[in-house]
Design a binder for this molecule. Structure first.
Ligand SMILES: Nc1ncnc2c1ncn2[C@@H]1O[C@H](COP(=O)(O)OP(=O)(O)OP(=O)(O)O)[C@@H](O)[C@H]1O
Ligand SMILES: [Mg+2]
Length: 239
């Protein structure tokens, strides 16, 4: 199976300090690939590099065989990469349904937008019930649903999700993981950044562990789950 996304030798710099130091990853179509790692490991930077919000200094990233290095972020999104950013960034003063429509801004066909909205409401019936509610007044778990729903409104081939469970209660965290697994079952490729190692490995197919800007371990979710280096990466000690 050919990867849908590849990153090769990616170095990304902030203020002339390399935060990513030669990252290689492959994301297979239809699978859930996870990026694990402690705070500051470079996970969000890798996502920013893929979307060219912070373009890499060197290295190549391809999506469906297309080199992304000359593209702007909105052009990359148009190729079929949806993103749910860290911190959710919902529009607090807009209603649920208005937030969802933002995700489909590039789509002209109102029939397509309606169909996507229906799909989001099928996944999150709670959002249908609350479609007119001002998003800022939703619970944290409901805001997470809006953020994932908005990501799906672009009808992406691949969805990048950065720490969806951050700040959620354990019940919502599990619900979120279930939703991500369900989305992947519909054929959407998922690149998932997370700190909840065990819950992530329970739904992922393959994963990479980042430490200080490079991949220290990779493998199938089963392999990573039983790899002592993975546990140690979280409790310190692996260099
Ligand atoms: N805009 C920026 N300017 C300078 N340094 C930055 C910037 N963004 C991130 N960094 C630094 O780059 C490193 C990697 O940050 P990054 O946000 O990618 O980590 P992360 O793995 O996503 O961490 P977390 O789990 O806390 O979200 C950190 O040391 C961080 O301080
Ligand atoms: Mg991050």
């Amino acid at each position: 199976m050919n990867p849908i996304l590849t990153a090769r030798g990616v170095y990304t710099t902030y203020d002339s300090v390399d935060v990513l130091t030669g990252v290689d990853i492959d994301v297979l179509p239809g699978k859930i690939t996870c990026i694990l790692g402690v705070n500051g490991a470079g996970k969000s930077t890798l996502i920013r590099s893929i979307l060219r919000l912070t373009p890499p200094r060197v290295g190549a990233i391809t999506f469906n065989g297309i080199n992304l290095d000359r593209l702007k972020t909105h052009e990359i999104v148009r190729l079929g990469i949806g993103c749910i950013p860290e911190g959710r960034r919902i529009f607090g003063r807009m209603t649920v349904v208005e937030n969802l429509h933002v995700g489909a801004y590039a789509e002209r066909s109102s029939a397509k937008i309606r169909a996507r909205l229906e799909r989001v409401f099928q996944i999150f019936p709670r959002l249908k019930e609350r479609e007119k509610q001002i998003a800022g007044t939703l619970s944290g778990g409901e805001q997470a649903m809006v953020s994932i729903g908005r990501g799906l409104m672009t009808d992406p081939q691949m969805l990048i999700i950065d720490e969806p469970s951050l700040g959620l209660s354990p019940l919502f965290v599990q619900e979120n993981f279930n939703v991500i697994r369900d989305i992947a079952k519909t054929g959407v490729t998922v690149l998932l950044v997370e700190q909840n190692v065990n819950q992530t490995l329970a739904i992922a197919d393959y994963g990479y562990v980042l430490l200080q800007g490079h991949v220290i371990v990779e493998g199938s979710a089963d392999e990573l789950g039983s790899n002592p280096d993975v546990q140690r990466a979280y409790f310190g000690g692996v260099k």
